[in-house]
Design a binder for this molecule. Structure first.
Ligand code: FAD
Length: 399
């Protein structure tokens, strides 16, 4: 076995890089290597998301998402300022499409207050002052700390900081096997004091090498986006709908990117395999079989809600249907303005096989000489630096 490192991180997305960065900040002499299977960074969720720094008001106060989002938002703001990554202070409004959504809007407000997030309920006139293009029924929620940054630019800047701190970020380095105290890459077995599994869409498989997370199956959901032509829609704020609390998805929204472009999406359509960004293109056969076995369990587990989610989401493969949703929030978001496809993203969403329900929270599990970050779905990009802060003591205790 080759002499190795104190800490090996599988996956060079924002989570893996954030952990490597935090380990090196806490112990500058540690040898840390990040192994990324792709030749380039930000090829998966960390470079293919909405780029929204969430504020932290959606989540139940007892959840890891609630605990980590407000802190993650602050840390990511500071990181962008320190590293010169452009950030746009858009704020966000959540609007109601009818009276039936007002109780859920009030619940978001309650959660936000419980989570210590700056938040204000505004009336129709207040919304018009904040974002004249948005429409609501009676009330809307205003979140001043929601912002946006280019997700790939953040990942690149974080990798640069890891390297500056003495860490190694190795590209084109798939980890093909691992166990307590070792991993295998490039056909070589290497020693590692502690392994951090931040493999995103493959984190469940890496965890299973350690006998961790057997109660979960990955069910990938694909998010499609459309961009409005530059300067065709003068939106200033992110505009979101009231989400369905039974699912971990926020619904089609309109966001303003760091560069000032307006983007509509994402969908939450079951994907045929984990990295099948092009629909039928690039579908992995074994994964298709896994999806075919897992999807019926989801549909059975969530009773009427699961089939309804599918019935609502699949039509959004069509631009017209997706933009029809967006127009309920911003009537001026005409289909004709949105002709440029965004890079689709796929969520590493887990189904809990015990309940056949989607896991709503992050799942972080210790293993033998290892830590496993599972279900790193939204707002995992916002929370990465805060999650890393929490993980470091456990990682270093064994490294
Ligand atoms: C459509 C969409 C929209 C989203 N919007 C937002 C948002 O606006 N705000 C927000 O906060 N979050 C958002 N998220 C969530 C956010 O993108 C994720 O939580 C976050 O990027 C997860 O980071 P990660 O490092 O775990 O995963 P990834 O970015 O997927 O990184 C994992 C890496 O591991 C590598 N890897 C896998 N297996 C191996 C192996 N065996 N060996 C070596 N490398 C391996 C992969 O190549 C990949 O680069 C969104 C997600 C999606 C899909």
């Amino acid at each position: 076995m080759a002499a190795g490192c104190d800490v090996a991180v599988v996956g060079g997305g924002i989570v893996g890089l954030a952990v490597a960065d935090a380990v090196l900040a806490a112990r500058p002499d540690a040898s840390v290597v990040v192994l990324e299977k792709e030749q380039r960074l930000a090829e998966h969720a960390s470079g293919r998301n909405s780029g929204v720094l969430h504020a932290g008001f959606y989540y139940h106060p007892d959840s890891a998402k609630a605990r980590l989002t407000r802190r993650g938002n602050q840390l990511l703001h500071a990181f962008c300022a320190d590293e010169g990554v452009p950030l746009r202070e858009t704020g966000k409004v959540v609007v109601a499409t009818g009276p039936e959504q007002l109780p859920a809007l009030a619940e978001l407000h309650r959660r936000g207050v419980a989570n210590g997030v700056p938040l204000e309920m505004v009336d129709v006139a207040g919304l018009a002052r904040l974002e004249p293009l948005a429409r609501t029924h009676e009330r809307a929620l205003w979140s001043p700390t929601t912002a946006s940054a280019d997700p790939a630019a953040v990942v690149e800047a974080l990798a640069a900081r890891v390297r500056r701190r003495g860490g190694e970020v190795r590209l084109g380095a798939p980890v093909t096997a691992a166990g307590p105290g070792w991993f295998e890459a490039d056909g070589r077995r290497v020693e590692a004091g502690h392994l951090v599994n931040a493999a995103g869409l493959y984190a469940d498989r890496v965890a299973q090498w350690f006998g961790v997370g057997e109660e979960y199956r990955l069910l990938p959901f694909r998010g499609l986006y459309w961009y409005a032509a530059a300067d065709s829609l003068p939106l200033r704020r992110h505009v979101y709908p009231v989400p369905d609390p039974r699912f971990p998805f926020l619904g089609v929204h309109l966001t303003v990117t760091a560069a000032g472009r307006v983007k509509a999406g994402p969908t939450a359509i079951p994907a045929l395999s984990r990295e099948a960004y092009a629909g039928l293109g690039g579908v992995a056969r074994d994964e298709l079989g896994e999806v075919a076995r897992t999807l019926p369990r989801f549909l059975a587990g969530q009773r009427t809600a699961g089939p309804r989610l599918l019935a609502e989401e699949v039509p959004k493969l069509s631009r017209r249907a997706l933009l029809a949703q967006a127009r309920r929030l911003v009537p001026a978001a005409h289909e004709g303005l949105f002709r440029e496809r965004g890079r689709p993203g796929i969520r590493a969403q887990l189904l809990d096989l015990r309940s056949n329900r989607l896991e709503m929270d992050f799942v972080v599990r210790p293993g033998s000489a290892s830590t496993h970050v599972l279900n790193a779905v939204s707002p995992g990009w916002t929370t990465a630096l805060a999650m890393a802060e929490e993980l470091v003591p456990g990682v270093l205790s064994e490294a």
